[in-house]
Design a protein around this ligand. Sequence first.
Ligand SMILES: [Zn+2]
Length: 260
Amino acid sequence: MRIGAHVDQADPLAEAATRAAEAVQFFLSDPQGWKAPKPREDADRLRAAEVDVYVHAPYVINVATRNNRIRIPSRKLLLGHATAAAQVGARGLIVHGGHVNAGDDLAVGFDNWRKTFAYAADSGGFPVPVLIENTAGGDNACARRLDALARLWDALGDYEVGFCLDTCHAYAGGEELLDLVDRVKAITGRIDLVHANNSKGGFNSGQDRHDNLDGGTIDPELLVAVIRAADAPVIVETPGGATGQGADIAFLREQLGTGA
Ligand SMILES: [Zn+2]
């Protein structure tokens, strides 16, 4: 089981080394902005690295919404990030499930997701696996609760779609962690990546506030059980920089018995 961290995009391989990480995730641009990613000078090094590379798409992307001025640029930005992610040898591009606006039918959101994959297919498909991540909050989210996730997967049935399970988002989003992996896999058939985070917010709080693995409101033993069951690469997106994340990675290796 490869274990790593979400790190600053300036020098991901150096960040990996300071954390003894076997995998890194980073942004290719400002996560709150709409700018297309620029080519990276370290692309060759990243592609050749022992460390597994994952790219997280900007938070502003919402391909589900009925709002054209968000949805259309979101599609383009997602495809642009997938292309740039391929240049750095990424194993996946992680993107949040998104949401529709209050009063809008979630079915439209699922169909907009289908259109996003159709749009990419028109230009040869996404060049890296797109991993849709479950989210913590909102009443109109496409991937907060598993009932919505099941409808999303139905809508995307014609396409190859990956899944990223965030433990904080699941718990804060109101999904019990016990047997979560089985219930997710019954829908998606796969978990490509785990975002291993404890939660500052309580169960079903809807709060996206990550905490270190042995802190927070989730019993660390339960957290470890979910991660073990998922049997997928792990990225911690926890606070405390290299020290906090390094400790979380060491904690997981010890708990999972996968000393690297
Ligand atoms: Zn996450």
